[in-house]
Design a protein around this ligand. Structure first.
Ligand SMILES: [Zn+2]
Ligand SMILES: [Zn+2]
Length: 384
């Protein structure tokens, strides 16, 4: 019993103290009249009844180290990262490059950004910056690659352009098949690379093709970057009809601008102005107004005029003033590794489709739904 412990020889003063404290705790726990009877300790004991807060504080004092400051730690509840970041929301902080999170989009962006705006020298996409980043490689200087987890492996793609085409193709094929095995033994990237669909997930996360993201962005572009009289020459891989559909759809989802006296007498929905179409196209291809004196990665309520636009994913900046004699390609202006440079992704959005096509035909819906004849399928575990 406890008395045996109390009577046992003790090694040091600390042990004696500990034993006395334990005695206190047990005394409180059992409201111990029998404990106190044979106790000669003159220190008065608070043993009147069970006192839970008192007991807990005694126990806490027992286990706490005297040298540690008794600072209360607050554990914040974990907030879930939102699935998408619309144009009005700042981008989240990126994890460090060394983080081995092969299935997460934001760590992929951390690795891609090491390639900078210059990227790798023009190389086939099988060994381009995106393919390398998916396999855990980051830039280590011009055309040099190193393991993101610093397993020691390093290689390069320099000098490929000097090879004869037949030889070069063979080298590229070999490099592409060894993107995983080039990591040293024991490196996690050697076991599991990122899935090929991760750049698409990254694009959908940071550039959602919804009207609540594209409409504020197109309006900010129209007001901040296209307010001057001269319009840049531009082209995009999206068709003219798709851009027009998008401009009309975005107009419907925005509060109307002050009425234009010229169009007041017209009937029916008027066609988008050239400026409206360019604002919609710039928004679709992920371009944001960029103010060098106050750089942000999202749309501000009151942004200042600027004729620079920038991509918040690849950080390429484009001065619109330089496209009065040449043509701005809204897709090719992105850095080679930017997920907004790939082709055809904008057709995921119903906003570029003709309006009637966006509404689900009830007949088509009927064909898509299959309702079983006798209600729910019979299951052993299901109660009828
Ligand atoms: Zn490695
Ligand atoms: Zn970009």
């Amino acid at each position: 019993m406890f008395t045996d412990v109390a009577d046992a020889p003790v090694d040091s003063g600390l042990d004696a103290e500990l034993v006395a404290d334990l005695h206190d705790a047990f005394g409180m726990m059992y409201a111990g009249s029998e404990w106190d009877s044979d106790d000669e300790d003159p220190v008065p004991r608070r043993t009147e009844g069970f006192d839970l807060p008192g007991l807990l504080s005694e126990l806490a004092a027992l286990v706490s180290m005297p040298s540690v400051p008794t600072k209360r730690r607050l554990f914040q509840p974990r907030t879930r990262t939102p699935g998408v970041f619309t144009s009005t929301v700042p981008l989240p902080g990126l994890p460090p490059v060394a983080a081995y999170l092969p299935f997460s989009p934001l760590p992929l962006l951390s690795r891609l950004r090491t390639f900078g705006v210059a990227g790798l020298s023009p190389v086939p996409s099988e060994i381009g910056a995106e393919a390398c980043a998916l396999h855990g490689w980051v830039s280590a200087g011009t055309d040099a690659l190193a393991c993101a987890r610093a397993c020691g492996a390093a290689w390069g793609v320099g000098g490929l352009a000097d090879l004869r085409p037949a030889v070069r193709d063979g080298v590229v094929r070999t490099l592409a098949t060894t993107l995983t095995s080039r990591h040293n033994a024991g490196c996690a990237w050697r076991v599991t690379p990122s899935p090929p669909e991760l750049p698409t997930e990254l694009r959908r996360m940071l550039h959602p093709l919804t009207s609540d993201s594209l409409a504020p962005l197109s309006r900010a572009l129209a007001q901040q970057s296209l307010s001057g009289p001269a319009m840049p020459q531009w082209t995009s891989p999206a068709s003219a009809a798709e851009i027009e559909n998008l401009a009309m759809a975005l107009r419907r989802s925005l509060p109307p601008l002050p009425p234009d006296p010229e169009s007041e007498n017209r009937t029916g929905p008027r066609r988008p102005e050239p400026k409206e179409e360019l604002a919609a196209a710039l928004a679709l291809f992920g371009w944001f107004p960029y103010d060098p004196t106050f750089p942000t990665d999202h749309v501000l309520a009151h942004g200042t005029p600027t004729d620079i636009v920038s991509c918040r994913i690849c950080r390429r900046r484009v001065g619109l003033w330089s496209f009065h004699t040449r043509t701005l390609d809204l897709s090719a202006a992105h850095v080679a590794w930017c997920p907004l440079r790939a082709g055809g992704w904008w057709r995921e959005s119903a906003l570029v489709a003709p309006r009637s096509a966006g509404i689900l035909d009830p007949k088509a819906l009927g064909e898509m739904l299959v309702v079983s004849e006798d209600g729910r399928p019979r299951k052993k575990w299901r109660r009828r």
